[in-house]
Design a protein around this ligand. Structure first.
Ligand SMILES: CC(C)(COP(=O)(O)OP(=O)(O)OC[C@H]1O[C@@H](n2cnc3c(N)ncnc32)[C@H](O)[C@@H]1OP(=O)(O)O)[C@@H](O)C(=O)NCCC(=O)NCCS
Length: 324
């Protein structure tokens, strides 16, 4: 008998305010056409003034619990992937814990920027397999609109706000790749790429949150290469290949990166969950958002083999193979 971390429920939340590309035409030298063709993004959601990341996270968490038919007290731990927390501390996870009325268990945040949800899933899986927890709420929640330089057209049109959450729970499997749940993961980082994507502020340097800075073009080239190799590494660990994958659930940064990675893996675009047109890049929230939308639309079905992959600041990147 092999212990597996199986997804028992999923949900998401997007803030009410939808911002179409045309809105940027009013203040920047840009166009809907440029944004659409270069990134695939058509619109994104922005959190309301005064609406913090924890608010988005709580709403996504409630949706996931409802979907799983569980209540907060059924959960042993909360892991939130975010790079845009409400405060320097405490963690967003403990804020979610309080709002859900959960008085036991643990909560902490993980910061691996756009790869955050892959890191959070891998960590939650390890906690479950080691017997630390039976059920973990894994959340990706971001308000990247708060760290945009609104005068920088090469970054501010690309990002959005949102949150997605899922409940991972211990179940017994057979130890083969036919099991439901997380089957493998592959994590990587390389700090030499720091300047490719970073925020120019922080607690121990400027004392301010700072704004996002990005070298889009070199990052683009790194992304396709590294995403394809981490995806292949995750599959190799369980003796599978791209041909076995039912759905790629990629980090939603740019449709051209998504297409390039799918091509390298030998998969057609009709086996890829794509939400970048509606959400933009929501960093650590993008994979759980795409998963939740993919499930709600009826595309992702129980038993499907999913491959989630992401890359972001650090650089940090990775992939998780799981059977739904
Ligand atoms: C940012 C990105 C969309 C730009 O696309 P690109 O094809 O690489 O475009 P370039 O950066 O080469 O820029 C091409 C031109 O468009 C211009 N441009 C940039 N942003 C623009 C905008 N919003 N509107 C109009 N023109 C824009 C640039 O100034 C440049 O002009 P120049 O040739 O006169 O210097 C793309 O590089 C990308 O998505 N990179 C990866 C981003 C990413 O994945 N980030 C997160 C990882 S988590």
């Amino acid at each position: 008998m092999t212990l597996r971390s199986v997804v028992q429920g999923i949900g998401h939340y997007l803030p009410d305010r939808i911002v179409p590309n045309s809105e940027f035409e009013k203040t920047l030298e840009t166009s809907d056409e440029w944004i659409r063709t270069r990134s695939g993004i058509e619109r994104r959601h922005f959190a309301a003034d005064g609406q913090p990341t924890s608010d988005l996270a709580v709403r996504a968490a409630r949706a996931a619990l409802t979907n799983a038919g569980l209540v907060a007290d059924d959960i042993d731990g909360i892991v939130v992937a975010t790079s845009t927390p409400d405060l320097t501390f405490p963690s967003v996870a403990t804020m979610v814990q309080k709002e859900l009325g959960m008085t036991r268990g643990f909560g902490f945040d993980i910061q691996a920027v756009c790869a955050g949800f892959i890191y959070a899933l891998t960590t939650a899986n390890a906690l479950i397999l080691s017997g630390q927890a039976q059920r973990v709420l894994v959340i990706g929640a971001e308000t990247f609109s708060r760290i945009m330089d609104w005068t920088d057209r090469s970054t501010c049109v690309l990002f959005g706000d949102g949150a997605g959450a899922l409940v991972l729970a211990a179940e017994e499997g057979t130890g083969t790749s036919a099991d439901r749940g997380i089957l493998s993961s592959d994590l990587n980082s390389d700090g030499r790429y720091r300047d490719m994507l970073y925020v120019d502020g922080g607690v121990s340097t400027t004392g301010e949150a700072g704004k996002l800075r990005m070298q889009g073009n070199p990052l683009f080239r790194q992304a396709v290469e590294k995403l394809a190799s981490t995806a292949e590494a995750a599959l190799e660990k369980i003796g599978l290949t791209g041909a076995d994958v039912d759905w790629i659930v990629p980090h939603q940064a740019n449709i051209r990166i998504i297409q390039g990675t799918a091509k390298k893996l030998g998969l057609p675009m009709d086996r890829v969950i794509v939400t970048v047109q509606d959400h933009g890049n929501t960093s650590a929230a993008s994979i759980p958002l795409a998963l939740s939308v993919g499930v709600a639309s009826g595309k992702i079905k129980q038993g499907d083999l999913l491959l989630a992959e992401a890359i972001g600041g650090g650089l940090a990147w990775g992939a998780v193979a799981l059977r739904w």
